[in-house]
Design a protein around this ligand. Structure first.
Ligand code: NAG
Ligand code: NAG
Ligand code: NAG
Ligand code: NAG
Ligand code: NAG
Ligand code: NAG
Ligand code: NAG
Ligand code: NAG
Length: 758
């Protein structure tokens, strides 16, 4: 029996529309929200206002006192007695400040008040829209799931579009109550159970209902419970069992987005509540375009979360395959890239000459395949917006310029009487095929390379020649090789906001992911389904969140950096065909696209060694990169000052990945590993480097005699003598191999000639 996990890409339809923009180039500070609460004014907009913590005698838990302090900033701004209503959110946990709608004059007045630190206009951020547990080696009744109790007792928080709390993935049969430290609650009318232990809304309609689908999908992916006989539209394993990565974990849902979008002030309010409530891991499948760390509310909120021991896992963005397109790049968050899984919803195109091309589709019409159809392709009108010929009963070939076929083309073909349609992928999407459920028009989506061949056939000979085709539907095929490959849309490094730090960190399944879906949110022309197939780094993120919960369960005392290191250094560099993981074009994938590698849950719980980092290290990085003023903003709830910190460059940060300049002179970085394996263990360094790169490690042997013992080593990297000076990038790896070979602790090494070190 096929066993697969249901991983949500919860927003099929909206994602179709949003995918185009999310995957494309969305102006991030687009339209201000249409409902802004009280105090509407033509030029007013919502600001996130950072202020000094309230006067010293205020108790940390006295929320009313915090709120009064925040409201006091509006008193002289012309808002008068209305100030109470005008504080949209009051933040007390992840930062000190509030959100309010202000005109320019009011903002000026607020900024003159003592205690004011900084205000920034909120931006709209994007949702980064599931076979995944089986593909990742998680199997019931044994292995790491058994060893970690399925993540039981851990709490995962989600900043998302809400949840369909009645979905079968979230029942609580046999689950223990939440741990006593839990402070969260469910907002009426939602009633908490032992699975769903928190639900709160921070958006306009003040309900936790998921009217988009995204939140239900991500939540199910990270922590859905076992549901038997699952399929979406009859696909996805023919009624397999669905489960999330950590089926035993408790869930807390913070609704910060609705169908209107997501706004940063609401997102911060959700983060603030989640940290106060006591989540262990926070899953953030949202993001805007790259922003300096001191102007990025997710980075600022995540810094505070990390100081409180909460790991924040974020989507890396859907703006690939162009370079430097990442979101959520701070070194203290875990940034997730999206890859494919070994499952295909096969819909192969068979031409009249017998040639077959392996396409994909969620519409599977087996009867269709018994006939052949005339094939229609118009070289001039190839986007299928309209037709100047009678296409009744034909299979039509259409080009696409978007990651998913446009609804308008599907409607045009359908309305013109077309029997079926073959969509040719956008050229830069290579082998990545993003499927979406539309209506029931038989279709196949093929790669650009196959598309070129199909077009060549269609245009061969004379216009009166008979060209025919059919689409052969073969439902769900598993074991597809090679997989994973990097999904074309997955955003790439190098990082703009965190130069010197290798990002993304890790890859997880994010292409065509099957997971829970609210039946009330239609999928395709009016159909309903309690599971759906969606794509995005949004879908990859909760896979990692779930794995982080499993690691946290086994190692409750580990720092967020240790958990992150464990997930990164145990990841896989190879695909299921035994080769280096490839990108969407089937070239060897750069670490700038795949991160440290593809997550391997079973190994992440037992990494042997970890690269640890603490708040002081991150603060030192901020000092070096952005200076004192930025530290004051990002670390507003701490007393840290740059004077008492050691400034540290990205290269020298004790990160589980190494990024250095590529140049002839040797460049040295130090790293410190902590022994979290057996007390007595010896490790030997193994270097893999391409011809153009020389890498040395000193010492190359590490001997440990205690648990938590730390050892420091130096890695020296230089361009090999005679290497081309035009080379931009050279990539290798450093692995520490334990002598019993139980542990391989692997770090990517990237040498980049474009990297300047300040
Ligand atoms: C699961 O773990 C328990 C202890 O936690 C162990 O006794 C049992 O043998 C394990 N089962 C399997 C199938 O590994
Ligand atoms: C939202 O609803 C909850 C529960 O009904 C209520 O306690 C809370 O005050 C409401 N929040 C807003 C901002 O209206
Ligand atoms: C289009 O072709 C179909 C079948 O070949 C035919 O039945 C129909 O009348 C044609 N429509 C027009 C508008 O010519
Ligand atoms: C077109 O197809 C018909 C029926 O299959 C066949 O009789 C005819 O010879 C074909 N014409 C050409 C030009 O191949
Ligand atoms: C359908 O898939 C099965 C494997 O799942 C394969 O053996 C068979 O050849 C496929 N059929 C076609 C027509 O592709
Ligand atoms: C800030 O410093 C004061 C005085 O040194 C200390 O009492 C307080 O605990 C510190 N606060 C934080 C958040 O570190
Ligand atoms: C790396 O460690 C060596 C040996 O402890 C030390 O001499 C050197 O200054 C360190 N380099 C950096 C950049 O910290
Ligand atoms: C580690 O290496 C040291 C020195 O070679 C040796 O004495 C010791 O027995 C080794 N420990 C293990 C666990 O192999």
């Amino acid at each position: 029996m096929a066993r697969f996990t249901i991983l949500p890409l919860p927003y099929a339809l909206i994602l179709v529309a949003a995918a185009c923009s999310v995957l494309g180039y969305v102006p991030y500070d687009a339209a201000p929200r249409s409902t802004g609460g009280a105090g509407h004014h033509a030029s007013a907009r919502t600001y996130i206002v950072l202020v000094e913590p309230p006067p010293a005698h205020t108790h940390e838990d006295d929320e009313a006192a915090h709120r009064r302090w925040h409201e006091s900033f509006l008193l002289s701004s012309g808002a008068g007695a209305g100030s109470r209503r005008r504080v949209r959110h009051s933040y007390t946990s992840v930062l000190s400040g509030f959100a309010a709608r202000l005109t320019d004059d009011e903002l000026a007045a607020v900024s003159r008040r003592p205690g004011f630190v900084r205000a920034f206009p909120e931006r709209r951020v994007q949702l980064m829209t599931t076979r995944s547990p089986g593909f990742l080696g998680l199997t019931p009744d044994g292995g790491v799931w058994n060893a970690t109790g399925y993540g039981e007792g851990t709490i995962i928080g989600f900043l998302d579009t809400g949840i369909d709390e009645k979905h079968p993935s979230f029942h609580d049969d046999g689950m223990p109550p939440p741990p006593p430290r839990w402070k969260g609650a469910c907002q009426p009318p939602v009633r908490c159970n032992n699975k769903l232990i928190g639900a709160a809304s921070f958006v306009g309609d003040n309900t936790t209902t998921d009217d988009v689908g995204h939140g239900t999908h991500t939540t199910g992916t990270a922590a859905g419970r076992f549901v038997e006989g699952v399929s979406a539209f009859g696909l996805g394993g023919g009624g397999g069992t669905a489960a999330g990565m950590a089926p035993g974990a408790h869930l807390a849902v913070y609704k910060v987005c609705d169908a209107q979008g997501c706004f940063e002030s609401d997102l911060l309010a959700g983060m603030d509540a989640a940290v106060k409530d006591g989540v262990d891991v926070l899953s953030v499948s949202l993001g805007g375009i790259s922003t300096p760390l001191d102007k990025d509310p997710i980075a600022i909120g995540a810094f505070a979360a990390v100081t409180k021991g909460v790991l924040v896992v974020c989507a890396g963005g859907n703006s690939g395959p162009l370079p430097s397109t990442l979101s959520n790049e701070a070194p203290w968050v875990l940034t997730v890239a999206a890859g494919s899984v070994d499952r295909s919803f096969r819909a192969s195109v068979r031409l009249g000459d017998g040639e077959m091309f392996e396409g994909e589709s969620l519409v599977q019409d087996k009867d269709f395949s018994s006939k052949v159809y005339p094939l229609y392709y118009s070289n001039g009108l190839n986007y299928c917006d309209y037709f100047d010929a009678n296409i009744t009963g034909m299979v039509v070939v259409c080009d696409t310029e978007t990651p998913v076929p446009p609804m308008s083309s599907i409607e045009a073909v359908s309305n013109a009487g077309g029997a079926g349609v073959v969509f040719i992928n956008e050229p830069d999407f290579g082998y990545t095929i993003v499927v979406e459920k539309y209506d029931n028009l038989p279709m196949s989506q093929v790669t650009a390379v196959d598309g070129t061949k199909i077009m060549g056939y269609a245009m061969k000979g004379t216009s009166t020649s008979n060209h025919t085709a059919t689409i052969v539907f073969n439902s769900t095929v598993v074991g597809v090789k090679p997989s994973p490959i990097v999904a074309a849309f997955s955003s790439r490094g190098p990082s703009v906001a965190s130069p010197g730090v290798l990002k993304p960190d890790i890859m997880a399944p994010g292409l065509n992911i099957l997971a829970a879906w609210p039946s009330e949110v239609p999928v395709g022309a009016p159909q309903s389904s309690s599971f759906n197939v969606v794509s995005g780094t949004s879908m990859a993120t909760p896979h990692i969140t779930g794995v982080a919960a499993l690691v946290k369960k086994v190692h409750p005392d580990w720092s967020t950096a240790a958990i992150k290191s464990a997930i990164m250094t145990t990841s896989s560099a190879v695909d299921n065909a035994g080769n280096q993981i490839m990108d969407e074009e089937h070239r060897k994938a750069s670490f700038y696209s795949v991160g440290a590698g593809h997550v391997v849950p079973a190994k992440a719980v037992d990494p042997g060694l970890v690269y640890d980092l603490g708040v002081h290290d991150y603060a030192g990085y901020i000092c070096r990169l952005l200076g004192e003023a930025a530290l004051k903003i990002i670390a507003i709830n701490t007393n840290l000052t740059c004077a008492e910190l050691e400034p540290v460059t990205g290269a020298q940060l004790n990160y589980p990945a190494i990024l250095v300049p590529l140049r002839a002179e040797a460049f040295a970085v130090n790293r410190t590993v902590t022994n979290v394996g057996p007390a007595r263990s010896n490790y030997t360094a193994k270097i893999e480097a391409p011809k153009g790169l020389t890498v040395k490690v000193e010492p190359a042997e590490l001997e440990f005699t205690k648990v938590n013992e730390r050892k420091t080593f130096t890695v020296t990297v230089s361009a090999a003598a005679g290497a081309s000076s035009e080379q931009e990038l050279a990539e290798g790896t450093l692995s520490w191999l334990s002598h019993d070979l139980d542990h391989v602790v692997r770090s990517p090494i990237v040498a980049d000639s474009r990297l300047t070190l300040s």
